[in-house]
Design a protein around this ligand. Structure first.
Ligand code: ZN
Length: 338
């Protein structure tokens, strides 16, 4: 069987291929109204393992979006403690995948902004919340004895300020992570936001999330991608669950997409394993529109057609990635990523 071609269509603000095809089903942006719990308080049933309190417990606060993203308020009654602890390893993978950016994004985790320490500990970053300052400590090494102090910066590996003082560059490595687990962390969020009448179509996704389906037996991995972009700093996460409009049912695109924006990150994911999407694999082409916040270098020609670039990251592998390089450059203007 020939695989369908995957056609990626980046949106521009003038020609929004994503919001033309999709509509939001859930939008969440934290306000000051306190905690919001999704689902029924009683009786509690876990939507991941389908068990109730006769065979599992519901003592922990289950965050619909990971807490490390700054989510303090969106919780659910439908995630049991056992599933919650199973999913925590996916959240750790997602957090590790974020690397140094989690610290630079000033994300308020469980207690505070996470510190960053490179493997050799020569680069350390810590946020001082009282003074609202990000302290970067970089250690020079192998400095020749007679070097002038002003030249020590040349002997620092992980951190550089450009000669014109307009750019900061960090060069470090990410903590290790399994890409498939990162993807599962996104799908778990999407599954947690789905309206109850959509759940039966995602039975395979549910079993896969709780490891009732072996990861090695999974096919059709072409949707195991995320699209990533950087942008303005968001202190609180924003999440959209989008659904393909009824009108465009026959357009060969997955039924649901998830947009998660937090810190300096923006991600788009298509939810896999929807029964209603199975016909897509028999088509010549699968069409994936990308939301305009995920697109960079957008250019629009005189006919109003846009072109743009997207960062596609393949998260299908089940093998651990170690020492992945994490190189970032910032313009020295607050909150703006170059
Ligand atoms: Zn459960």
């Amino acid at each position: 069987m020939l695989k369908p071609t995957i056609k990626i269509a980046p949106s521009s603000s003038e020609n929004d291929s994503f919001w033309l095809l999709y509509e939001p089903v859930v939008l969440f942006h934290e306000s000051k109204k306190g905690k919001i719990f999704l689902g029924n308080k009683e009786p509690k049933i876990c939507r991941f393992c389908n068990r109730d309190s006769s065979s599992t417990t519901f003592k922990m606060n289950a965050h619909v979006l990971p807490e490390f993203m700054g989510n303090k308020s969106l919780l659910s009654y439908y995630e049991c403690d056992q599933c919650n602890s199973h999913f925590s390893k996916y959240e750790t993978a997602l957090s590790n995948f974020g690397g140094i950016m989690n610290t630079l994004s000033l994300l308020q985790g469980k207690k505070s902004v996470p510190k960053f320490k490179s493997k050799d500990e020569r680069l350390q970053i810590k946020f001082n919340s009282q003074e609202n300052i990000l302290n970067v400590r970089a250690t020079a090494h192998n400095v020749p004895n007679d070097t002038d102090k002003r030249e020590w910066g040349k002997y620092v590996d992980g951190f550089k300020i450009s000669d014109d003082k307009k750019t900061i560059t960090f060069k470090t490595t990410k903590p290790s992570y399994i890409p498939r687990h990162v993807f599962k962390a996104f799908v778990k969020v999407g599954f947690g936001l789905l309206p109850i009448d959509s759940l039966p179509y995602y039975e395979k996704a549910r079993k896969w999330l709780i490891n009732e389906i072996d990861d090695e037996k999974i096919e059709n991995l072409s949707l195991f991608h995320v699209y990533r972009q950087y942008g303005k700093l968001l202190k609180k996460p924003v999440v959209y669950l989008a659904r393909k409009k009824k009108l465009y049912e026959r357009v060969p695109s997955p039924e649901n997409a998830l947009l998660i924006f937090y810190g300096l990150y923006k991600f788009q994911v298509f939810l896999p394993f929807n029964e209603n999407d199975e016909w897509l694999w028999n088509q010549d082409e699968i069409y994936l529109p990308i939301e305009n916040h995920l697109v960079r270098n957008i250019e629009v020609n005189s006919e109003g057609d846009g072109t743009g670039e997207v960062n596609k990251i393949d998260l299908s592998t089940i093998f651990k990635v170690t020492d992945e390089e994490d190189h970032l450059s910032f313009g020295l203007k607050e909150g703006k990523f170059l």
